[in-house]
Write a protein of this length. Structure first.
Length: 125
């Protein structure tokens, strides 16, 4: 894994607009669902990787299906890590200071996501 800042300039502005619009649309939908069905239901929509579908489509078009598949795996690991985040917050937020609860939840998210990534990498070899 590495960060290449120069790569951010590679996609055309239209692609960034598509990703932003899709993410904004999913967030707006989550707001509507929250108003109609309550914050718990709306929160489920916010957990949806808002830009994943648009991003994967654009990545497949520009970089190929294999690269798009790798992005889906990464998003899946991150989303599964959110389950760990939610579990830690749910069990600690009422008894620990908020900053401690959120810090522990973030560590749990990273541990779950990176462990899944490491396991998948080993299985592929």
């Amino acid at each position: 894994m590495r960060l290449r800042v120069g790569e951010l300039r590679r996609p055309p502005p239209r692609d960034w607009v598509v990703r932003f619009a899709f993410g904004a649309g999913v967030s707006a939908l989550a707001g509507v669902v929250s108003e109609l069905a309550g914050p718990r239901a709306g929160g489920l929509f916010l957990a949806f990787p808002a830009i994943l579908l648009a991003s994967v489509t654009l990545i497949a078009k520009e970089d190929g299906v294999r690269q798009a598949g790798q992005d889906v795996w990464g998003a899946t690991f991150g989303a599964l890590g959110l389950i760990g985040f939610a579990a830690v917050v749910t069990t600690t937020v009422a008894v620990w200071p908020l900053w401690v609860s959120l810090t522990a939840a973030t560590v749990a998210w990273a541990a779950v996501s990176l462990s899944l990534y490491a396991a998948a990498t080993r299985l592929r070899r």
